[in-house]
Design a protein around this ligand. Structure first.
Ligand code: MG
Length: 374
């Protein structure tokens, strides 16, 4: 092997990226940007190891996408990098930002070609604009715009980052620590995606596929006769009994949450909100639904429609269907026509038929957020 690892920095906050979706979760065809970049680098067949830094809380979902080493990032680029470096076993490391999505293999090979000669090797491009510093025009022929990826000797980089000073790239840190820096020609294709418009400008990126992703959910709750009301679809129903539950027992919202998690590939409600966690004791299920809807949006999805079937012998639900629909439409920010509520009985059969509890089936459809449409 070449004794080189790759660290991809994907823990950024996308603060300048004007979209409801975080940059790393924008879909390129049907892959999130971070995975598109990881797969692209991986296809070059140059690295012993690929390590990707994740925003805290996103690691598990990232891991579900594929067999990459995911490590929790820090509050700064440097902290994320230091966390990832702990896992590097090779002598050399290439560090790249997932926002530089269209790096060519040739650029990487040029960096690798110089690895014996310098402590760090960086791609650069010339400056074509006139540059003025305060009021003095600078000789632009002497200026370089430094890009990533950069190739470093792992020992030198670890040494250079062992400081409280913050650097904007590896080469600044290594040079500040007395190391040597070599240059290779970069390319405009390595331009960093900072704003939404940048996505259209890069030729290697394709827009999200127009997929419909469907998910289903099912939940049952038993009645609790010591209570005098219950919650369904976020609405209070005065029926003289309630639900046994760790949360407020809104079985309809629970089924809907599972449908949303199903469509987005995020697992199930028990993984996200364990009923062993006191934080969720008696919690308003609308809050849990709101949290799941936030995640779905942040991870690059848009909700198309939802459809629920409430299976209950009692209470009688027909008077409530309109309220249920409006409640979920409002929480999900959907037009009412895209929220359907069906109520049925089991013809007195089984535990629902005996009036022991309520079951709900839910379906949800998602599509990818499309930056060309929005
Ligand atoms: Mg439940």
């Amino acid at each position: 092997m070449r004794d080189i690892s790759l660290i991809l920095l994907a823990a950024g906050s996308s603060s300048r990226f004007d979209a409801p979706v975080k940059k790393q979760w924008i879909r390129i065809e049907d892959k999130p940007l971070w995975q598109f970049v990881a797969d692209r680098f991986s296809s070059f067949d140059l690295f012993d190891q690929i390590i990707i830094t994740a925003t805290k809380g996103e690691e598990h979902y990232m891991q579900l996408h594929g067999d990459y080493t995911i490590v929790t990032g820090g509050n700064t680029r440097q902290e994320s990098l230091s966390n990832a470096l702990k896992l590097v076993k090779s002598r050399y490391v290439i560090v790249s930002d997932i926002a530089r999505a269209c790096i060519k293999k040739e650029t990487l090979l040029e960096l690798i070609d110089q690895k014996e000669h310098y402590d760090v090797v960086v791609p650069y491009i010339n400056v074509s604009d006139t540059v003025v510093y305060d009021d003095t025009t600078i000789d632009r022929a002497r200026l370089k715009r430094i890009q990533t990826p950069q190739l470093s000797k792992v020992s030198k980089l670890k040494e250079a980052l062992n400081t409280s000073k913050e650097f904007t790239d590896e080469s600044s840190a290594i040079v500040a620590a007395g190391g040597s820096r070599g240059f290779v020609k970069g390319s405009l294709e390595a331009t960093k995606i900072t704003f939404k418009e940048d996505l259209q400008a890069l030729s290697c990126l394709k827009p999200p596929k127009d997929l419909i992703l469907s998910g289903s959910g099912f939940d049952v709750h038993e009645f609790d006769t010591t209570k005098d009301h219950l919650y369904l679809c976020g609405e209070r129903v005065e029926c003289g009994y309630g639900f046994k539950a760790h949360s407020d027992g809104d079985v309809a919202i629970h089924a809907l949450i599972d449908a949303l998690l199903g469509a987005s590939g995020m697992g199930d409600i028990g993984e996200l909100f364990p009923d062993t966690d006191d934080a969720y004791a008696g919690i308003d299920s609308k809050k849990l639904l709101g949290e799941v809807l936030d995640r779905i949006k942040k991870y690059g999805f848009e909700l198309i429609n939802i459809d629920l079937t409430i299976i209950a012998q009692k209470p009688k639900l027909s008077p409530y269907k309109g309220r249920f629909r409006n409640s979920l439409a409002s929480i999900c920010n959907l037009p009412p026509i895209r929220v359907n509520i069906k109520a049925t009985t089991t013809e007195k059969l089984g535990f629902i038929g005996r009036g022991e509890g309520v079951g709900v089936m839910a379906n949800a459809n998602l599509t990818y957020y499309n930056y060309n449409r929005n």
